[in-house]
Design a protein around this ligand. Structure first.
Ligand code: CA
Length: 223
């Protein structure tokens, strides 16, 4: 899952990036409002962490830009301001959650995971596709109740698939939601990783190749 972090405090931005990457997210950083607005409107993300006090263009304007451009991913507003009017304005502009500085980095991770699973339509912290389960809190995969081990790269792809069960996902969509902006994997990488995941899953009908279109995690097979 790929997250856009907008924060003009460079040291804090680096801390948030590190915490999110340790939690398995791919992260892009923007430090001013104009860049944040452009990047959010042109790149693919699963969620954003947005500071309100930004140079060039304030966070609320950035959020309005994103929503006007049709961006639907959840946004966690992050700010030193603690005024009621700022909270009302943030939710009015389409924010999904709000965190006041100072905060624990772990709380950013927890709130992002909660927003993402709600976006995926799950009321619980365990995502399921047939016999495969992903416990978001523990970061653990189970297949038929047995723990599964995946590499960091395999996990990133599988976590994205688990948030979009039974949807055909193209290689480019998967690539855009799994890799940060500065990483440009060659076109074969996704196929190779999908092949490895499928081999570990050992259920040939669980991770389906839709010829010419992409891949689909089949959540309708018997458990
Ligand atoms: Ca700021």
């Amino acid at each position: 899952m790929r997250i856009l972090v907008v924060e003009d405090d460079v040291a804090l931005a680096a801390e948030i990036q590190k915490a999110l990457e340790n939690a398995g997210f791919s992260v892009d950083i923007e430090c001013d409002g104009n860049s944040a607005s452009f990047t959010g409107c042109t790149e693919q993300y699963d969620a954003a962490v947005l500071d309100l006090g930004l140079p060039q263009r304030d966070g609320l304007t950035v959020l309005n830009d994103w929503r006007d451009a049709g961006c639907q991913w959840p946004v966690l507003v992050l700010t030193a301001r603690n005024r009621w009017s700022d909270k009302v304005a943030s939710f009015g502009a389409g924010a999904d959650d709000y965190l006041t500085k100072p905060f624990m980095l772990d709380e950013v991770v927890l709130r992002l995971r909660a927003m993402l699973r709600r976006t995926a339509g799950s009321a619980t912290t365990v995502l399921k596709a047939g016999p495969l389960e992903y416990d978001i809190t523990a970061g653990r995969f189970l297949l038929g109740g047995q723990p599964m081990q995946f590499t960091a790269q395999e996990r990133k792809i599988l976590v994205y698939l688990m948030h979009h069960p039974n949807r055909v996902l193209s290689r480019s969509e998967i690539s855009e939601h799994v890799y940060a902006r500065d990483l440009d994997p060659d076109s074969n990488t996704i196929d190779v990783l999908i092949g490895r995941i499928r081999k570990k899953l050992a259920h040939t009908d669980l991770l389906v190749t839709e010829r010419g279109r992409g891949f689909r995690l089949n959540n309708q097979i018997a458990t």
